[in-house]
Design a protein around this ligand. Structure first.
Ligand code: GLV
Ligand code: MN
Ligand code: MN
Length: 394
């Protein structure tokens, strides 16, 4: 039976109604939010209708299991705090469509907290053994909610962890989330490897004081410490960065955040990504040294949270070859091999089984944004390539 493109698109649009932001097609569906859990319940029903056996695990990963050995397809259905409708959802709904249309055994997964409300790809990190559950339980989100508390909200659904030995491999369809396919007018990207990442929250604690009466030379201003840290880091990184190295301070909390108060405390995230673990390590040293220096110079107490990370991984050659054959069949001359600069659950799953990924274009290269979008023709092309590969592999 062939994949049903209309049913696939309809389910994809239904999924975006959970946590719809009201801005474009955007969604607000962070892990364990009401919208996320409602979406997972809906997905579980769709899996059951497809003849799959549904199992939630203790961290909220949702599996739809085929009988016996099967290929695992999927991605995640949680979103960033301001997320697009396709990031993760595309891979989950494509998996569902293939599972219900294929006569090959295909299982489906929607991993929990891929977007890192708590860690980095938390659900698949725990399932794969990259992070022990008791360590994950101690993680907190930016509001201080522990992971243990959040996952308890799904305890009524939870079964045991799914035995990974039943799966012969994992393939994840995803949007590119970058500009390459769109600008090169290619329809499919077959992923060669996924970058590595490090992520940490740093806190400078200075002295909160009156912004009118405190002389400049007596201040311990947490904002100024962050500003100095950022400027110095940018300069020091210059000679260490490769073409695709990236680093981001994307979260900042300044306390108490008022115009007439010298800020006493700043907590901020620092995240860096590269395909070379040695470079990630050198960058870590520079970050830690610079933070210490700035803290000493500006009279700050320095602390940092747990550094989380994933190393780069290469895709499995056999699974990749099946995707390449599918790409050539569906989009002849309009596909390319490419690395992934975004993180994916596939990185963790690679600890357990062979993995591969494919991309479809993101319009304007925009993602992690309500404006994220892809032409429906390209979404369907991605589905067909994945289906083609599944038929070849099974
Ligand atoms: C995943 O969303 C990432 O941050 O790359
Ligand atoms: Mn994603
Ligand atoms: Mn994402």
């Amino acid at each position: 039976m062939a994949v049903n493109a209309a049913r696939f698109l309809e389910d994809l649009h239904t999924l975006r109604s959970f946590g719809a932001s009201g801005v474009g097609k955007g969604v607000v569906r962070p892990a364990y939010s009401k919208a996320d859990i409602a979406a997972r319940r809906w997905l579980a029903n769709r899996m059951e209708e497809a003849g799959l056996r549904v199992q939630f695990d203790p961290v909220g990963n949702l599996f739809g299991l085929a009988e016996g050995p099967s290929l695992l397809l999927g991605s995640h259905s949680d979103s960033q705090p301001q997320g697009g409708w396709l990031d993760g959802s595309l891979g989950v709904i494509a998996a569902l469509e293939i599972a219900r249309s294929s006569n090959r055994p295909v299982s489906v997964v929607s991993f929990q907290d891929e977007e890192g409300r708590f860690g980095v790809t938390t659900g698949s990190a725990v399932w794969s053994g990259h992070m022990r559950l008791n360590r994950a339980d101690a993680l907190t989100d930016l509001a201080g909610v522990p992971f243990a508390t959040a996952r308890a909200t799904m305890a009524d659904l939870a079964g045991g962890f799914v035995d990974a030995s039943q799966f012969t491999g994992f393939v994840e369809l995803h949007i590119e989330q970058g500009p390459v396919l769109d600008s090169e007018r290619d329809q499919i990207g077959v992923v060669t490897d996924i970058v590595g990442i490090r992520d940490m929250v740093i806190t400078f604690e200075g002295q909160q004081n009156h912004a009118g009466t405190t002389p400049m030379h007596l201040r311990h201003d947490a904002f100024q410490a962050l500003a100095t840290f950022n400027a110095r880091l940018e300069k020091r990184f210059q000679k260490h960065l490769a073409r695709r190295t990236v680093w981001t301070i994307g979260y900042v909390s300044l306390l108490p955040n008022a115009s007439s108060i010298v800020p006493g405390r700043v907590s901020f995230s620092i995240q860096w990504r590269d395909s070379d673990p040695a470079r990630l390590g050198r960058m870590e040293k520079i970050i830690r040294t610079t933070a210490k220096e700035v803290a000493a110079e500006r009279g700050m107490t320095l602390s940092n949270g747990m550094m989380l990370g994933l190393d780069p991984v290469a895709m499995d050659p056999a699974l990749r070859a099946a995707l390449e054959a599918g790409a050539e069949a569906v989009a002849p001359g309009r596909w390319r091999r490419m690395p992934s600069g975004a993180l994916h659950d596939a990185t963790n799953v690679a600890r357990l089984m062979p993995v591969a990924m494919l991309f479809v274009p993101s319009i304007g290269g925009i993602s992690h944004n309500f404006a994220e979008d892809t032409d429906e023709e390209d979404l369907v092309a991605g589905l067909r390539v994945l289906d083609h590969a599944v038929q070849e592999l099974a």
